[in-house]
Design a protein around this ligand. Sequence first.
Ligand code: PLP
Length: 385
Amino acid sequence: MIKYADRINSLPPYLFAAIDKAKAEVIKKGVDVINLGIGDPDMPTPPHIVDAMKKSLDNPARHRYPSYEGMLSFRNAAAQWYKKIMNVALNPEDEVLTLIGSKEGIAHIPLAFLNPGDVSLVPDPGYPVYNIGSILASAKPFKMPLLAENEFLPDLDAIPKDIAKKAKLMFLNYPNNPTSATASLKFFEEVVEYAHENDIIVVHDDAYSEMTFDGYKAPSFLNASGARDVGIEMHSLSKTYNMTGWRLGFAVGNKDILEGLGKVKTNVDSGAFESVQEAGIAALTGPQDCVRDMNKMYRQRRDALLTGLSELGLDVKPPKATFYVWAHVNGKASDFSTMLLEKAGIVATPGNGFGEYGEGYVRFALTQSVEKINEAVERMRKLDI
Ligand SMILES: *Cc1c(COP(=O)(O)O)cnc(C)c1O
């Protein structure tokens, strides 16, 4: 009899199982399903990035074990990008750490800073890895509700004082998955003050910093004064450069925090493939038109989908960032997404899959062509609800 460790048994149930099963059944019936469920860019990695990888592969020096902290040339490229995009100067030697995708950094950081029973503060709804990474470190995640009335920002004053005192780590993510909410620099400054007062390490997941529309520019957490004393920011090339399969990201900010994360990484992984890092250099230092073009495309898709959602009587504000639309629905999220799937062949993710405070919402990912989205809108129009 094979028995899992308690930490595996204590993982939350996989709430997308029901919708996965329903989707498989609808596909089996021959329905042409339009999948607005997954947050994975549908467009290929831009050719200049792919070419850099191909060229790098011919160099045998790149085939060997990489360094744990990443190639200095990649960390330099990340620091230059950061200066240009965020106007923050970083020392590539000790304020930049290469990650095998930001998920890797998020999952590993609790192991560096949380003892069994320690508290981490995690957003709910949220990207599941903040919660699960904490559980795998035998820590106790405390959910910070992201509510519409607070514009999907956590209410720091609502965190009980004893929890704040015990908490060692706080995860944040703006522009946000799944709510597509954004945070102001002022909010980040309040977080810095809170983290100082309560001696909390802040980990800001900035996976969507570049996926913005209508002239909006998302602030970096490190733009807040004093942020570097209390936290780090995780970046990913996945969404910005359509590189989800490549597994490349980086963390920047407080060097002692990065060193702690580096200690875990040194012992569990051997760094990102150097040819992937060279492709990453091409992405970060090369022409950025690809980012602008993708954003233009996502904006068209967003506007097309919003037309459809208003047909369904849903009142959704156009998001300023991310490729998600977070829609409040009547009734239970899973009932709504099941209805969409069974009556219109459209897959959307029920919000409670991202945490209990996601109940009553459905997340649509703009990862289908505008033609497919228009087709989805046509199907929604015919729905009688
Ligand atoms: C996609 C996503 C990530 C994961 O990015 P990788 O770099 O591919 O691991 C991290 N955080 C959020 C919020 C995401 O949506």
